[in-house]
Design a protein around this ligand. Structure first.
Ligand SMILES: Nc1ncnc2c1ncn2[C@@H]1O[C@H](COP(=O)(O)OP(=O)(O)OP(=O)(O)O)[C@@H](O)[C@H]1O
Length: 338
């Protein structure tokens, strides 16, 4: 009897999820999103990527309930009715971190984090605020007024506030856009580990492919109002179906086969990242160096290969005008062609 009860609880828990069915939305005449449908499992970390203006923020606003759609959005099978039905927009079990942080500027960092927490248990509240300030590495600035914090510090406080009441689903719109590179990596690791530990479902709209590559279980690529691709970040990165998807992860080449292979006449193009092309001692593939850019661990070489501009990674610097020998693995070419 007890066992059956626990199995039932487990089953309900593991199947809880967000579902969108035929969600379409237009601010004006032309829809920004058309017929979007997907399901997200509980605890999943989903990143939404795509070029600026493709509708990432709009998608998050629709899910949170700030915009109305004719389509259907359900959580655990229950329809969320949106702003035409709810007096106060936004669902209570969802937290949404918008691009503007909406902090109470005269209040301290700690008071902002605790804004939605009950005053009924002050010690518990204090402990919770401390825990959240630690997640976003802001313990030292707890008493500083929000208006005196930098953009990045305000963003970290807004993140902590979004987590305060432990939502079931958190929607993050460019959550690290104001945070410096040095702090961002550590913060990202901490935040996503925290969300995973608490089994909080998370959707991140992001320009930064690292958010997708290192942390997401699943990535949606938005383009022309549709979900253009849906896969694990590894799948999308390692075998990008086209140039658009590959270019969301960084620099990319789109090279004609005839310029890559001996005795080849095909004008078909394949996608290659700069690190897919190796600089070797000798080869029939020769390119003239145009520019070289220091990238820290290596150099990004801009070169001309049979009339095409290409980008190649190399461990050492190469001077403009030099001829370099290149090679690309045949196995990789076949993989990218399939
Ligand atoms: N309030 C609005 N009224 C009219 N059009 C809008 C409004 N908000 C956004 N748009 C338009 O809708 C489209 C999608 O905008 P959205 O902000 O969702 O894109 P995004 O992918 O999040 O962009 P970014 O990466 O630059 O933040 C854009 O063309 C934008 O100009």
């Amino acid at each position: 009897m007890f066992r059956a009860f626990f199995v039932l609880i487990w089953a309900i828990d593991s199947f809880t999820m967000l579902e969108l069915k035929k969600v379409t939305f237009a601010y004006q005449k032309e829809p920004v999103l058309r017929n979007i449908s997907f399901k997200i499992d509980k605890g999943q970390n989903v990143s939404v990527i795509g070029e600026s203006g493709c509708g990432k923020s709009t998608l998050l606003k629709l899910i949170y309930g700030l915009l109305h759609t004719e389509g259907k959005i359900t959580w655990n099978g229950e329809e969320m009715l949106g702003p035409n039905f709810n007096l106060v927009p936004g669902e209570p079990f969802i937290k949404y971190l918008a691009q503007d942080f909406d902090l109470m500027l005269p209040l301290s960092a700690a008071d902002n984090v605790g804004k939605h927490l009950s005053n009924f248990y002050p010690i518990k509240k204090k402990r919770r605020i401390k825990e959240l300030l630690e997640v976003v590495e802001m313990e030292d600035l707890a008493d500083k007024k929000a208006k005196l914090l930098s953009g990045g510090q305000q963003q970290r406080i807004a993140l902590a506030r979004a987590l305060a009441k432990e939502p079931e689903l958190i929607l993050l719109d460019e959550p690290f856009s104001h945070i410096d590179h040095f702090r961002k990596n550590n913060l990202r690791r901490k935040l996503f580990a925290y969300l995973r530990e608490k089994n909080i479902t998370c959707i991140v709209a992001t320009h930064d492919s690292t958010d997708a590559l290192s942390f997401a279980d699943r990535t949606f690529v938005l383009k022309n109002g549709n979900i253009y691709a849906d896969g694990t970040p590894q799948e999308l990165y390692q075998n990008p179906p086209n140039k658009y998807i590959a270019s969301l992860f960084g620099d990319v080449n789109h090279i004609m086969l005839k310029n890559l292979k001996e005795n080849e006449t095909s004008r078909k193009r394949i996608v290659l990242y700069p690190h897919d092309i190796n600089v070797v001692n000798s080869s029939f593939l020769k390119a003239e160096v145009k520019n070289s850019y220091f990238k820290g661990e290596n150099f990004l070489i801009q070169a001309k290969l049979n009339g095409e501009d290409i980008l190649v990674e190399n461990k050492s610097d190469v001077t403009a005008g030099e001829i370099i020998n290149l090679s690309v693995s045949e196995e990789l070419i076949q993989e990218r062609l399939s």
